[in-house]
Design a protein around this ligand. Structure first.
Ligand SMILES: [Zn+2]
Length: 427
C-alpha cells in the first residue's frame, strides 16, 4: 500500500516535471550520427523549447526529463522529399485514414514529408490539420502541379494486364511511347497566372512534368514558371525520368529534379553528365519504383500493387542506380524520396534495397539527412543535428553504419522537441 502510493507520487512528480519543462528533453548515452559527417560515439543531445540546444560527446549534465539511449543511435528525423499521401477520394480519406496514415509516417521515423502531387484541397486541409495539431504527424509541405503545355492525346500504349495504369509501367518518356510531335503551348501570361494562383492557395512549391518534344514549348514554359515562382519564393520540382528531360529541366533552371533519370545512360554521355552536375540542382532518388516490392507471399509487385512489369521498369531498376552513382561521384546533392504507395516503413525498406546497390550506409545517412533537407530547401532547419535546428530526431535500436536496415528499427521519434513515438518497451 505504502509502496503503491510512493510510486504514484513519483509518477505524478515525473508527469509534472515533464509538463513544466514542455519541449525540454535530454537524450543521453547515445551514438549520434549528426549528419554533418562527425560521429559521436557516446554523447548527448539537449533540447530546449523545441530546438536543439546542445550536441556534445561525453556525459550529460544532470536534471530534467531524459531518454537513456544507451546502445541506440540518434539521427535527424527522416525526410521523404517525394511522396503522394492521399489515396482515393480526399474527403473520405481525410475522414477515415488521415490519422492512421500520419501515425505510420511518424512510426517509421519521418518527421518531414513533401507531397509531390495530391488532390489540392485535400492536401492543404491535411497540412492545416497537422499544423494545428489536430492530427499528430510529420511536418508536411505540398507542391501544386503546373502543366508545361496543352495536353496532347496520349498514344495508346500496350495496356498492362489487370488494368493497372500506373504511368511508370509504360513511361511516356521511353521510346516507343515518347511523343514525336510538339503539343500546343500555354501562353506565358496564363502560365504566370497559374503560378500566382498556386501561391495564393498556399502551396509551398510547384511540380512540373518534363517531357521534351522536338521543337516543343516545354523548356520555355518551365523557364517562365521558374521565373515567376522565384519572385514568389516558391521552389520548382521537375519530374524527369529520361536524361534528355533532366537536361531540359536544368537548362530551365529548376530547383530540384524529383527523380533519378533512369532512361538514358550517363556512363555513355559525358556532356549530359557535366551539364547535370554544373547546374548544382539536387536530385531525389525514387529508385525503389523500379525494383519489385515483395508481399507476404513473396509475389513481386509494382508500386501500384499489381504484378511487377517487364522488361522496361526492370532495366530502369539497374540504370537508375548507375546514373545515381555517377552523379554522386561528380558531387550531386542526392536526396531521399520514394514516390511509392507503400506504407512509409515498407517504402523505406524498398528504397534502402535500391540505394544499397550503389551507396554505402554512410552515403545513405547523408542522402536521408542533409541532402533531403537541401532538396526541400529546409537545410537551415532540419536534416542534421546541430545547435539551433528544430529538434526533429529519431532514435534507432541499432547502428545504421553497421547495417543500413537498422534505419527501419525506430525506437523513439521526437518532433519539435516532443516525444511522439516511443517503442522502447516493445524491444
Ligand atoms: Zn511522384
Amino acid at each position: 500500500m505504502r509502496i503503491t502510493s510512493q510510486v504514484t507520487a513519483v509518477c505524478v512528480a515525473l508527469a509534472f516535471a515533464l509538463a513544466a519543462s514542455a519541449q525540454n528533453l535530454l537524450i543521453t548515452n547515445a551514438r549520434i550520427l549528426d549528419g554533418t559527417g562527425t560521429d559521436i560515439e557516446t554523447g548527448y543531445v539537449l533540447i530546449k523549447g523545441g530546438r536543439i540546444a546542445a550536441v556534445r560527446s561525453g556525459a550529460a549534465p544532470v536534471g530534467g526529463p531524459a531518454i537513456d539511449a544507451r546502445g541506440m543511435t540518434v539521427m535527424a528525423g527522416f525526410i521523404d522529399a517525394h511522396r503522394h499521401l492521399i489515396r482515393g477520394d480526399s474527403t473520405a480519406w481525410l475522414k477515415d485514414h488521415a490519422r492512421e496514415s500520419m501515425a505510420s509516417y511518424l512510426d517509421a521515423g519521418f518527421t518531414t514529408v513533401f507531397s509531390m502531387g495530391d488532390d489540392p484541397k485535400g492536401i492543404l486541409e491535411l497540412r492545416r490539420r497537422l499544423n494545428s495539431g489536430e492530427i499528430p504527424g510529420p511536418t508536411l509541405y505540398a507542391a501544386s502541379i503546373i502543366p508545361l503545355s496543352m495536353p496532347l492525346p496520349r498514344p495508346a500504349a500496350a495496356q498492362p494486364p489487370g488494368g493497372f495504369t500506373d504511368p511508370a509501367r509504360n513511361d511516356p518518356a521511353r521510346p516507343p511511347n515518347r511523343p514525336t510531335t510538339a503539343p500546343p503551348a500555354i501562353p506565358d501570361d496564363a502560365v504566370r497566372a497559374m503560378v500566382r494562383t498556386a501561391k495564393g492557395q498556399g502551396f509551398d512549391a510547384l511540380k512540373t512534368f518534363m517531357l521534351a518534344t522536338p521543337g516543343g514549348p516545354e523548356g520555355h514554359t518551365l523557364s517562365v514558371i521558374v521565373d515567376e515562382a522565384h519572385k514568389l519564393d516558391l521552389r520548382v520540382f521537375t519530374h524527369a525520368t529520361a536524361v534528355e528531360d533532366a537536361l531540359a529541366a536544368v537548362n530551365a533552371h529548376v530547383d530540384v529534379l524529383a527523380h533519378t533519370p533512369h532512361i538514358g545512360r550517363l556512363e555513355e554521355d559525358e556532356s549530359a553528365r557535366q551539364t547535370l552536375l554544373n547546374a548544382h540542382v539536387p536530385m531525389v532518388s525514387t529508385l525503389a519504383v523500379f525494383i519489385p516490392h515483395f508481399d507476404a507471399q513473396n509475389h513481386p509487385l509494382f508500386r501500384d500493387g499489381g504484378p511487377f512489369p517487364m522488361p522496361g521498369p526492370l532495366a530502369s531498376g539497374g540504370q537508375g542506380p548507375v546514373n545515381a552513382r555517377i552523379l554522386w561521384e561528380g558531387g550531386m546533392t542526392y536526396a531521399y524520396g520514394t514516390d511509392t504507395q507503400w506504407d512509409p516503413k515498407d517504402s523505406l525498406s524498398d528504397e534502402l534495397r535500391a540505394l544499397s546497390a550503389v551507396f554505402s550506409p554512410r552515403d545513405i545517412v547523408r542522402i536521408m539527412g542533409p541532402n533531403a533537407a537541401a532538396a526541400i530547401g529546409r537545410s537551415a532547419d532540419v536534416g542534421t543535428i546541430e545547435t539551433g535546428k528544430t529538434a526533429d530526431l529519431v532514435i534507432l535500436a541499432g547502428n545504421p553504419l553497421d547495417d543500413v536496415f537498422n534505419l527501419t528499427r525506430v525506437a523513439v521519434v521526437v518532433k519539435h522537441g516532443k516525444v511522439l513515438v516511443d517503442h522502447r518497451s516493445r524491444r
